[in-house]
Design a protein around this ligand. Structure first.
Ligand SMILES: [Zn+2]
Length: 310
């Protein structure tokens, strides 16, 4: 697939202290891995900043105002919940992380690319309509999905979330928006505690595949083949978003699945094969979690490489 990388250096300015898992070095690890041959040949595009209109397709005006107001103007730290913080620079980082998906959607809709990997932080999939949480300020993938529907005029888009944590914020959007299909495979029990198989959204537009700690890559692949890909086919989205968290890796300190980077390459190939009835390949992948720097860099690289080779 013709594959682009969208990123923003603003992601380095969200300076969460080193003791926190979601730190600027994560983006450095990903960009270093994407900078090695043959990935260094892929075109890089700078993410634009999301506008207020872009954000309020998903979030309340109050939510946007609150995040804006929480950025400290000194070297301090503002806590939005027990594990979600802002520092000076976080506001621009959040706007560009949310904007990366918009830049990516424009690229695939103009057929400048068939697949895009957005290397950005902070992550987004836990952010709800009116609540930042779980390291997430704005729901980057949800903002991009609504943009594809309302600005580009698509009728149906899908979000497939392979982060080890359930994408509660993305599911919350799908529960009020039938043009979105949301599927998640995630460890359960684990933060944030949502994502039971019984949560099926509007007429089945939500598919949750909770798996226990210790799940192997082979079992994870089988569950995606069995529970997610057929539902994705029948929804027939015109564009597929992947919430690409790499924290189901065995080395990850925040979870207990036992994947390795080959499983992420497999997932990229599977989603790259998806065409839908239109026949067009359009895949927009946004970085979510992944907290072991080595595993994160390697996983993001093999994932993106598999897209480019598909
Ligand atoms: Zn995660």
């Amino acid at each position: 697939m013709r594959t682009l990388i969208v990123t923003s250096d603003a992601g380095f300015d969200h300076r969460i202290p080193p003791a926190h898992a979601e730190q600027p070095q994560r983006l450095r690890a990903v960009m270093d891995a994407l900078g090695e041959a043959p990935l260094d040949r892929l075109k890089r595009v700078e993410a634009r900043a999301a506008s207020r209109d872009d954000l309020t397709r998903v979030h309340t005006e109050d939510h946007v105002d609150r995040v804006a107001a929480c950025e400290p103007d000194d070297d301090g730290l503002t806590g939005l919940d027990w594990d979600t913080y802002m520092t000076k620079g976080s506001w621009q980082a959040a706007l560009h992380a949310a904007g990366s998906g918009l830049t990516a959607v424009d690229a695939v809709m103009k057929d400048e690319a068939e697949a895009v990997f957005c290397a950005v932080r902070p992550p987004g999939h836990h952010a709800e309509r009116a609540r930042p949480m779980g390291f997430c300020l704005f729901n980057n993938v949800a903002v991009a999905a609504m943009y594809a529907l309302d600005v580009h005029g698509l009728d149906r888009v899908a979000i497939v979330d392979i982060d080890v944590h359930h994408g509660n914020g993305s599911q919350e959007l799908a529960e009020r928006e039938s043009r979105i299909f949301f599927a998640s495979i995630h460890q359960s029990p684990l933060y944030p505690g949502t994502g039971r198989a019984e949560e099926t959204g509007l007429n089945g537009n939500v598919v949750n595949v909770p798996v226990p700690a210790g799940t192997t890559g082979e079992e994870w692949r089988a569950a995606i083949e069995r529970d997610i890909l057929p539902a994705l086919e029948s929804f027939d989205p015109q564009l597929v978003f992947i919430s690409a968290g790499f924290d189901a890796h065995a080395a990850d300190p925040l979870a207990g699945l036992t994947l390795d980077e080959r499983d992420y390459a497999w997932a990229a190939r599977k989603f790259a094969e998806f065409r839908g009835k239109s026949g067009a390949a359009r895949l927009v992948c946004l970085l979510e979690g992944g907290y072991d720097l080595g595993a994160l860099g390697r996983s993001a690289a093999v994932f993106t490489q598999a897209l480019a080779e598909a």
